[in-house]
Design a protein around this ligand. Structure first.
Ligand SMILES: [Zn+2]
Length: 146
């Protein structure tokens, strides 16, 4: 386990096991909204890519992804989750009903938090498991429009 300080949260992460998991073939949704997110991952901002790299997450492989339509400036609002092998050592958890500035952090177009209750978990991922929830404003990058 490796200790990581992420925006004030202290995490203990098994980066090798996490990397192993993301290198597997993970079933991904094939709808246009999800495909747009996967494609947009290629153009993610450096600061957010740094966070994904630090945790060994492949951003185009979220455990769960939902799209909530267009928001300001023609961006699409997405919400989803990623999982890593690890645990939260220090810092606050969020919940679905309690998601605010005190228990989340903003990194560019992403807001992230660590929910206590896990959802959409992959069976192949070993314990202990840590979930990262996010909200992101993502541009539409595909030629095909919804
Ligand atoms: Zn989809």
């Amino acid at each position: 386990m490796e200790r990581i300080n992420l925006m004030g949260w202290i995490l203990e992460v098994d980066i090798n096991k996490t990397e192993e998991f993301y290198n597997k073939n993970i079933d991904l949704c094939n709808c246009l909204y999800c495909k747009n997110y996967m494609e947009a991952c290629k153009y993610f901002n450096h600061s957010i890519l740094k966070v994904f790299n630090m945790l060994r997450i492949i951003p185009s492989k979220p455990s769960h992804l939902s799209e909530f339509g267009e928001v300001d400036g023609g961006l699409c609002l997405y919400a989803g989750s990623y999982h890593v092998v690890g645990k939260l050592i220090e810092g606050v958890y969020c919940t679905n009903s309690d998601w605010n500035e005190t228990n989340t952090a903003r990194i560019e177009n992403f807001t992230i938090g660590f929910p206590k209750e896990l959802e959409f978990v992959h069976n192949e991922l070993p314990q202990p498991m840590l979930q990262i929830d996010f909200e992101a404003r993502i541009p539409w990058v595909l030629d095909e429009k919804p």
